[in-house]
Ligand binder design. Structure first.
Ligand code: NAD
Length: 498
């Protein structure tokens, strides 16, 4: 069986004392294995990135941008292969994988503008014959650690901008679906990136901990679950590194009584069940305001869900595919069981979907649960599966209080025709990304992405303008060139412009 290796200094290395099975979740079969990097392998990747740094830092930004332009073209030319690799190991259907790739490419397009983005700030005559400017210098070797659910898009949030800014990079992708990530890294190499500027180490906790404890790593970008995000942030900080760690979510949609209910149902279906609910921006809770809205929502959802098609990634007619592993399938089903046991009503039950020809696949069908209350386990946890829970409240304020009380604050949305209500909601809700009649308010590449509360540890959000700040450090220079023969006197007081 083939073993997927690492990309170090432009070469594929399959050094491994340990390996792990990589599944095709649609068939439930092991497709290949992935090498799990030892501490020594990660240290080698860091050393290579460190050696490549001085020349890459000194490469003019326009030349770094040209590599990104070629990378974008190669990503587009290889789109089918990339989507196939995503489908094989993640399970998402080709139309969804294509959306992921396109969102990733948009981050590369933004990184192509790096000469403009790195322009500093300049002030002339801050004092007599004194000029001052701020410039943004790269950090050195930086690391990225990414989750399984977007094996292409999330790495593309990180390394294109980090590299365009002049850093070198060590990426540790998810060990559950590493092939698409490794393939796009090879495409960047093909686009003309010098060896050692981007290195990929596949692995698990041992690889991550090596990155977190090595002094040569100056910053860490992490995306994954909240407990791990919290650990990464604390450990990186304790070791003096800059860190942004994006975690899990529980995204609520408020359905107001005046909402266009058919539209809200269409939007909710895509946002709750697309990608099997394995998106950190998936809408997993609908909060219906008033009984009439609740009854209409549940009735229309039940009807619309009768058409949902869950199945193998290879059939483009399917709406969504399997979840990532057998254990995760069991966990999602466990949450549905516990919701039922704790008093909620399972309206549409996806616990035993039949997918002909793929009986061993890790499938969960679309599930709708009504009468959910905030105390129950399935409400509190991030399920990360195709499950939409309905909570019923009497007022919009009650709905907002519910959202604010939840530990996560990644995304949220309101369905309404009332502009005043929508404005009040977006002004006051304690969530980082807000949609108004937009179910998945994932910011475009030229804004930045990030949640509040326990959905993000750190200050700067991912990609967009925040990424330029995250991957650079500001240096401010103040300069005077005295005319020949002119000498300043000794000055003991704080220099000011009087
Ligand atoms: P995960 O936390 O299990 O893994 C993420 C990364 O951390 C992987 O590379 C993994 O190898 C590594 N890792 C796992 N356990 C570790 C440990 N004990 N020590 C060190 N490293 C460890 O997350 P996942 O299951 O791959 O991804 C799903 C999660 O990611 C969900 O919670 C989802 O909400 C979240 N997510 C968040 C965002 C966001 O932008 N906020 C985006 C995508 C996914």
């Amino acid at each position: 069986m083939n073993t997927l290796g690492h990309l170090i200094n432009g070469e594929i290395s399959t050094e491994a004392t340990r390996t792990q099975d990589v599944y095709n979740p649609s068939t439930g079969q092991v497709g290949r294995q992935v090498a799990l990097a030892s501490k020594a392998t990660v240290e080698e990747a860091i050393a290579v990135a460190q050696a490549a740094y001085p020349a890459w830092r000194d490469t003019p930004p326009i030349k770094r941008a040209r590599v990104m332009f070629r990378f974008k073209e190669l990503l587009e030319a290889n789109a089918d292969k990339i989507c196939e690799l995503i489908g094989e190991e993640h399970g998402k259907i080709a139309h969804d994988a294509a959306g992921e790739l396109q969102r990733g490419i948009e981050n590369v397009e933004y990184a192509c503008g790096v000469p403009e983005l790195l322009k500093g700030e300049h002030s002339k005559n801050v004092g007599p014959n004194i000029d001052s400017w701020s410039e943004f210098q790269p950090l050195g070797v930086v690391a990225g650690i990414t989750p399984f659910n977007f094996p292409v898009m999330v790495p593309l949030w990180m390394f294109p901008m980090a590299i365009a800014c002049g850093n070198t990079f060590v990426l540790k992708p998810s060990e559950r679906d590493p092939s698409a990530t490794l393939f796009i890294a090879q495409l960047l190499q093909e686009a003309g990136l010098p060896n050692g500027v981007l290195n990929v180490v596949n692995g698990d906790k041992e690889a991550v901990d090596t990155l977190l404890h090595d002094d040569r790593i100056k910053a860490v970008s992490f995306v994954g679950s909240t407990p791990i995000a919290e650990y990464i942030y604390a450990t990186a900080n304790a070791n003096g590194k800059r860190c942004q760690a994006l975690g899990g979510a529980k995204n609520h949609a408020i359905v107001m009584p005046d909402a266009d209910m058919d539209n809200a149902v269409n939007q909710l279906i895509g946002a709750a069940f697309g990608s099997s609910g394995e998106r950190c921006m998936a809408l997993s809770v609908a909060v219906a305001v008033g009984d009439a809205a609740g009854d209409a929502l549940v009735a229309k959802m039940r009807q619309a869900m009768s058409d949902l098609k869950v199945g193998a990634y290879s059939n483009r007619d399917n709406d969504f595919g399997p979840v990532i592993t057998k254990q995760h399938q069991e966990k999602v089903v466990g949450f549905i069981n516990s919701a039922e046991e704790q008093g909620a009503t399972v309206v549409v039950d996806g616990r035993n979907p039949r997918v002909e020809g793929y009986e061993a696949g890790f499938f969960v069908g679309g599930t709708l649960i009504d009468n959910v209350t905030p105390e129950i386990e399935s409400y509190q946890a991030e399920i990360f599966g195709p499950v939409l829970q309905v909570v019923r409240v009497n007022t919009m304020q009650e709905a907002m209080d519910l959202i604010d009380a939840h530990e996560y604050g990644n995304g949220t949305c309101i369905f309404t025709r009332d502009g005043e209500a929508a404005r009040y909601f977006s002004d006051n809700i304690q969530v980082g990304m807000v949609g108004i009649n937009i179910p998945l308010p994932v910011p475009v590449a030229y804004h930045s992405f990030g949640g509040w509360k326990r959905s993000l540890f750190g200050d700067l959000h991912a990609y967009g303008p925040d990424a330029v700040r995250f991957y650079t450090k500001r240096k401010t220079i103040t300069q005077r060139w005295p005319s020949a023969g002119v000498r300043e006197g000794v000055e003991f007081s704080m220099p000011t412009m009087k």
